[in-house]
Design a protein around this ligand. Sequence first.
Ligand code: EPS
Length: 405
Amino acid sequence: MIKYTSAGDSHGEALVGILENVPAHIAVDIKRINAMLSLRQRGYGRGKRMQIEKDKVRIISGVTEKFSDSGTGESLQPENLQPENLLLETSGAPIGMLIENRDYTLNKTKRFFTVVRPGHSDFAGTVKFAFENAAIPSERTSARTTAMDVAAGALLLSYLELFGIEVYFFAERIGSVRAEGALEKGKLTKEAFEYALKNDLLVPPSGDYAAMKAEVDRAISQRDSIGGSGVVVVKGVPPGVGHYGNFLDKLDGIIAHFVMSVPSVKSVEVGTLSDAFLQDGFTGSAFHDALFIENGKLTRRTNNAGGIEGGLSNGEDIVIRVGFKPIPTVLKGVPSVDLSDFSEKRSVYVRSDTCVVPAGTVVSAMRVSLALSTVLSEQFGGDSAADVKANFEGWLSRRRKFWQR
Ligand code: EPS
């Protein structure tokens, strides 16, 4: 099974990541990984750290130059693996990745504070690890570490493509302004996702960019922060992916775990249940996605279940709505406590963002890529890309009769 782990402090030397058990001969697209890293950095409302960092992944192992489709690639020295135009592929060995923290070299930021920020890990992390300096927990809980998650998830997009799977994302809400109806089945098109990528808030066509940007500007002028929601859509997953034997293996649970643990995320929803709560006549007959046959193919006209039933994919788009709290570092401060003398004080401000909805949405999408890759690799195995394809296509040919005749 594909496994991912990472290390790295927000103001340490670098972030490191390891991907294990990725089959051999999967294309490694450094350009796409770096483009995803820029997208994570780019969102409107980001803080000054983003002007310091120029995130680029450095792959140090597990990759070879691709010479032919049969894969007669040769192991390369790490310094020769970086050019974006080189055709690279996985070797089957653990993939080691590194992203430099330019802040470490340029600024050597050192932080010490004892007034904890409500909403951050300062208080609970200080208690857990018994530090005097409440800045230490956020070295690891800061969203900086998600740069490596994005690199790993973006690398695995090529693995997902072996299955014909694509991952898309957009921002749905910023503050009180929402892209109405953005989750409707007919609106989750490739064109809508491409449109969202072209603006720095990732607003889809059904959203009002100016109104959403105004929400960020208002938070900036009020020395505050602002939350919202993003949507991740996975297209091309056939029915029957996942497991339900053990509740820990359910696809929705695994996706939720990978996404809920993104900094600032407070809710993960599969499908559109929270919209249905607000409507009249919230009943099973209205909510569940009725089945029809059109041109010999099983179809549905709605996707309220968000593509997962019984902990398994059902063949519809997998639709995940992610809720982000306003980030805890607030310029005007929040009433808090100084743990050094146990007095009441306002929380201190340290450099941070105003709005993380676009960045958090990119991170969530790449965590979904990681989650799905682990599930698919468990189900379909394979030591090489060709094995994966053969296993998957064989399985599909034996299953297709259930949805197409
Ligand atoms: C972030 C890096 C951090 C913050 C922000 C996001 O860098 P620094 O602390 O040096 O400014 O800008 O972190 C948080 C949102 C947080 O809660 O700590 C990043 O790379 O995403």
